[in-house]
Design a protein around this ligand. Structure first.
Ligand SMILES: [Zn+2]
Length: 179
């Protein structure tokens, strides 16, 4: 195989939507796309400005570094965000940091006499959805929330008794959301 002629092109949301029309891997659902995974449905959407900004901050001169932000949503409709945490959130060391942020956000919500509706773990991924071509083949590779992402969210849900939604911001300005 001629490696030089192989091309990897990162797909954006519009391109993925077109692929969704002729592939069973992803399906259109109103303004979103749905991708089935082992852990259930994942919803794909176009990254919003906040998410695109967090993704940009992951790209440094020394390469890609995962960024994590924790957001709490209250039943009153307000939300509070944590500072940016650097590194993979599901690693043990960072899990401790994340839990500290959970307790701190929980405290802030209570101080305002609000109630927690759910948490969001927003983080960045270095790999996205892409098409790989050589002379004969065209292969689509889809990204998404990982098994480790779901395991970490389940662990936190059990420990704190709140729902933890997941968001992974990927190249191509695509955000994967847990259902
Ligand atoms: Zn992830």
């Amino acid at each position: 195989m001629d490696l030089i002629r192989r091309k990897k092109s990162i797909l954006n949301f519009k391109q993925l939507k077109e692929i969704g029309l002729r592939s069973s891997l992803i399906n259109c659902d109103g303004p979103f796309l749905i991708q089935k995974s082992k852990n259930g449905k994942q919803i794909l959407k176009s990254s919003d400005p906040f998410e695109r900004n967090l993704f940009k901050k992951s790209q440094g001169i020394f390469g890609f570094r995962e960024n994590v932000i924790l957001r709490v949503k209250t039943t009153q409709g307000t939300s509070i965000e944590s500072n940016i945490l650097k590194g993979e959130f599901d690693s043990f060391k960072n899990m401790e940091l994340l839990e500290r942020e959970i307790r701190s956000l929980d405290f802030k919500v209570r101080k305002n006499s609000f109630d927690i509706a759910y948490f969001e773990i927003i983080h960045t991924h270095p790999t996205g959805c892409y098409l790989q071509r050589d002379d004969e083949y065209e292969v689509i590779s889809l990204g998404g929330l990982s098994e480790a992402d779901y395991m970490a969210a389940n662990y936190l849900s059990e420990k704190y008794g709140y729902h933890f939604k997941l968001k992974a911001i990927c190249p191509g300005e695509i955000t994967y959301c847990s259902a």
